[in-house]
Design a protein around this ligand. Sequence first.
Ligand code: 13P
Length: 246
Amino acid sequence: MRTYYIAGNWKMHKTRAEAAELAGALVAQLKDGKHKYLVAPSFTLIETVAPIVRGSNILLGAQNMAPEEQGAHTGEVSVLQLKDLGVTTVILGHSERRHIYKEDDALINKKVKLALRHGLEVILCIGELLEEREAGRAEAVCESQIVKGLEGVEDLSRVVIAYEPVWAIGTGKTATPEDADAIHAYVRRLIGKLYGAGAAEKIIIQYGGSVKPENAAQLMAKENIDGALVGGAALKADSFVPIAKF
Ligand code: 13P
């Protein structure tokens, strides 16, 4: 049995005071939650949020990471710095990194391998653009992002996949549970081909893209949807908690 994994990606939102308030509310309201939980605040907020979630059932994540351990990389944040703050998980390959900041699969793969080498859990984001979906290429795009993103990775025990169709992110348009599940099933079959049936059965595949309290349960009811990576609705306890406790 896979555990449901509900993660909040706070993106570029919140001051330290706001982050502390949200983290505190989540710790209090999710303490009896039955699933696996994560919050991923901006780098500048991690040190504030870390002591609040420590010892709770909420893991501490980061939204990105440099591809090198340390060195002359102005403006970047390293895996060592993240681990120093108690970060256990890093989101990599988010569509905003791919499309706004032009990160390619080779760069993402380098980050994935570095994070895993340092014992972090990786949430690898994949997903197609609207024009790719309309051209019937959704599966091929996701397959390529997985194959290239995981190149050279042998052990998937600390890898989570998040399927986030780009056209559903922040748009209010959620993929239907059936459409999302079809891609999730495709991804699971692909993992089976690449890593064997055991890995395919175990891997957590989150859905992301306009997940809300109103649609979380229908999405999670699908066989291959094992959790959610939540953006907008993760910014308030009032909307994240009902998703987390769907
Ligand atoms: P929204 O939930 O705001 O659509 O964002 C999804 C997302 O990108 C999470 O990483």
